[in-house]
Ligand binder design. Sequence first.
Ligand SMILES: [Zn+2]
Length: 453
Amino acid sequence: MTDSPYWNPRHETMPREGIEALQTRKLRDLVGWADARVPWQSKRLRDMGVTGDSIASLDDLRRIPLMTRDQWMQGQVDEPPFGPILAAPKDAAIRYHMTSGTTGKTPIRVLESMKDWEWIAEMWCYGLWGFGVRPTDTVFVAFGYSTFIGFWGLHYACEKMGCLTLPGGAMATDQRVRQIVDMGATVVCSTPTYALRMAQEAKTMGVDLAGSPVQRLILSGEPAGSIPATKKLIEQEWGAKAGDTAGMTELGTIMIFECADQPGGTHIIEDNFIEEVLDPDSGEPVGYGELGERVVTSFGRGFIPVLRYRTRDFVLKVPGSTCSCGRTWDIYEGGIRGRVDDMKLVRGTNVYPRAVEAIVREHPEIDEFQIRLYTAEGRRDEIEILVEIPDEVVDAGALVARLEKELADAHENLRFGVRQADSGTLPRFELKAKRLVDERTLIGGEGELRGQS
Ligand SMILES: [Zn+2]
């Protein structure tokens, strides 16, 4: 067994010209395939004068129309249940999945073939291997296996690599902690929120996780895996390294992962995806080091050609050479920075839940928190943060005051009411955390309304 740090050494260290040539070739094939197999795509492409043969370089990407989530949803309404996006008959599928519904009420529905699952697992192998997971590992997957795609692909990747894989579905948190310890798991996979939740449970059970064989945590499902304070807290609680990944139901798998060198960001799997970063308003590309919206083109999705899909995720791209691992693949510094839809406008100030979390998690004394927006006196937006501070030795009053100041300082002096909640009263989460509760009767400015569409 090779001890290369790379799953695919040739592609992961390929010079930029090689990556671009590979992407151009794959883009030509993808466009040709979408044109031939999906009439809806074909019309969109041909309206812009785009055919597979007309793709000569990556500059031609710009001629391909952007696809939005709204268009995908409208397609599902017009031609239920999947819309006009499928490149093969439904009968050829072996699995159905849907989004978990954190944005919008109707889920995105997707189908996969056997070939999709081969590819989905392969993408997870890049991430797992790249973070140091090896066939000798015992991997516990803390995930409720369901129609939400989540860690399904990771599960198959672990089997593909030859790890001993423990499917930890349908279990209470204490049962999961017990099994992790009893089975000597060396790798644990969960959302960042749930990694902290398991650590809290272990404490009440008197289990020393930091002293357990767990060496690595693979995080996904929330941007918090790349929030430094949250990641540090998880690593301390578990006595293990935590690696961020991010995927999407629309793609079926991950498109970015953190390598073992932990550069404070996630490498883009550039031999299988083109990740553009665009100004969300103008649609123009932004350069390295500038915040923008990620737009993804996927070469592996077998049932659904995904061409220039607007993700509504904010990212900031830097060159792969900023990491010491030797990969040439570019990096999203800070991972996924949040979603356009997450932004809340409170008395004229933008508030992002991720930014609030980054500040709250600097205080490990806080077990759980919630962001609550409400309307005061029938007309004024207010924001308050509820915090649980279970340790009675902690001076909660001083901590609350300090947090209020830190939050205001980071938000143009916007007043945050920080309030202590009784221990165990705030909701706990197994999948994607929903820590923001918006109870406002009058919803703020125009930007807000746009964000909610
Ligand atoms: Zn790296």
